[in-house]
Design a protein around this ligand. Structure first.
Ligand SMILES: *Cc1c(COP(=O)(O)O)cnc(C)c1O
Length: 460
């Protein structure tokens, strides 16, 4: 037997079996093996300088993008119908700076609560340029809105009672609109807001308003849903609204000054259970404008050009918003998947429940992609931003830029476990400006009261 000199042993590495799934052809076509892109800047401001100056995570909005989008939307509609006004949906994103951009571009305000109403007034929007929607308006809020000449959109019969009381108190007739719910061919149908058209409830409401003698019905409102991917639904909607308007004229001698078709137009965002990228699955703004103007042409009598309000929210702001996050650590889960821990999670991205974000990194990543989880910083199992994206190994400190996140996140974010971060607006001159400061402990404490007998470290 010959003896051989022992070779130096390499360290034992536990074998790992992972299911291969990337890049396979399936009935939906080939999924991109690794579709991620590199993003080094937003509107010319480097990701590096943004995080250096304002920290991470960081919400970033592009003023250029917002102005471009609202101008395009206005053009799409105003070239097809002469009497259109946009009303900015506050709940979609009500940071003052964002609201102000829309108001500068000619949008009035659309609010769904007294809080939002107060925010619009505080910003300097006159009451007459506020559409007051929503199922909850206190008597005090209705009184304030009536006195300030807001467009009050009634949601239910009890609100008719409330407003009549306000009218009596103010000793004058209050102009109002009613919200309609109707079948525009999309499912599920939103039926919990407003008065149903097909059941005759809307006609009852109009009769009730006329008989009461304290209110004057001048407008009809309807908001059929959100992320509505069928432009035809809007055509059906506006035709039904106009026909109803003419019926009111014939039966109750009510003249409708304006029709408000609500919002619900989709942004270029990808719903989680869809396979087509938004560029294919989301119709263009022009398609919606075309269908809506067809409906107007079909239903309106020649020579009638009532005001059309559009309350589009997400379609006008979503793609203007980014969230810069940082990969703070990674780990291997027992099922073989890689998990990255980002410094932002569902506390800041409420919409992660429904939408799949674009994932971009501030640098090229070398290596093969593997199924990866993007988790947030919360000590909560549900804190998942993305599941199953193919990512090459991502070094600690990599900035991960998520988009579009401009709609519904900086209103529905939570002060839960973590501070909420700063929000920056990049101006048309590529200047980053803080439009909301990052929070600190004082934000948590300033409304709390600690009773004396619960104070720690006091002499006993
Ligand atoms: C939320 C809301 C909007 C905006 O909806 P989007 O889907 O963001 O366009 C418009 N009008 C009303 C009444 C709303 O509640």
């Amino acid at each position: 037997m010959s003896t051989s000199t022992p070779k130096s042993k390499s360290n034992y590495v536990k074998p790992l079996i992972t299911k291969l799934q990337g890049g396979m052809i399936n009935k939906f076509g080939a999924t991109p093996y690794y579709a991620r892109k590199v993003r080094t800047n937003i509107d010319g401001v480097s990701i590096e300088s943004l995080t250096k100056n304002f920290g991470s995570p960081l919400f970033v909005f592009s003023e250029t993008h917002i102005r471009h989008t609202i101008r395009q939307a206005k053009e799409a509609f105003s070239t097809r119908y002469p009497n259109v006004t946009f009303a900015w949906s506050y709940k979609t994103n009500y940071l003052d700076a964002i609201n102000a951009i829309f108001h500068q571009e000619g949008s009035i305000a659309e609010v769904v609560s007294e809080m939002e109403y107060d925010k619009a007034r505080h910003l300097g929007v006159p009451g007459s340029d506020i559409i007051f929607n929503g199922p909850h308006k206190s008597i005090a809020a209705l009184k304030k809105a009536a006195q300030e000449g807001a467009k009050i959109h009634i949601d239910h019969f009890d609100e008719i009672d409330d407003l009549e009381k306000v009218a009596e108190e103010l000793d004058r007739k209050i102009p109002v609109a009613i919200r309609l719910s109707l079948d525009a061919g999309i499912h599920p149908q939103w039926s919990r807001f407003g008065f149903n058209l097909e059941s005759g409830q809307a006609m009852d409401a109009a009769r009730r308003i006329t008989m009461g003698g304290h209110l004057q019905l001048i407008g009809l409102h309807c908001h059929i849903g959100t992320f509505v991917l069928e432009p035809d639904a809007y055509k059906t909607q506006i035709e039904k609204m106009i026909h109803f308007g003419y019926r009111l004229e014939e039966t109750l001698d009510i003249h409708i000054d304006y029709f408000d078709i609500g919002g619900g137009l989709p942004s270029r965002s990808q719903l989680k259970d869809t396979y087509m990228p938004p560029d294919i699955s989301v119709p263009a703004m022009d398609t919606y404008a075309e269908k809506i103007s067809e409906g107007l042409n079909n239903a309106l009598r020649p020579g009638d050009y009532p005001k059309l309000y559009i309350e589009s929210g997400r379609a006008l702001i979503d793609e203007a918003g980014y969230l810069i996050t940082t990969n703070i650590a990674s780990k291997r889960l027992p099922d073989g998947r890689k998990s990255y821990i980002l410094d932002a999670g569902v506390n800041l991205l409420f919409t992660a429940n429904w939408y799949k974000f674009n994932i971009e990194t501030d640098r090229e990543l070398a290596g093969l992609g593997e199924p990866s989880l993007l988790n947030g910083p919360l000590c909560m199992n549900i804190d998942i931003i993305d599941e199953g994206t193919m990512l090459p190994p991502m070094p600690r400190g990599t900035r991960v830029i998520l988009s579009p996140v401009g709609a519904y996140n900086v209103t529905q974010w939570m002060q839960f476990i973590e501070y909420r971060p700063a929000v920056v607006l990049i101006t048309e001159e590529s200047k980053p400006l803080v439009i909301r400061e990052g929070e600190d402990l004082s934000d948590l404490l300033h409304r709390e009261h600690l009773p004396d007998h619960l104070k720690l470290n006091q002499p006993s």
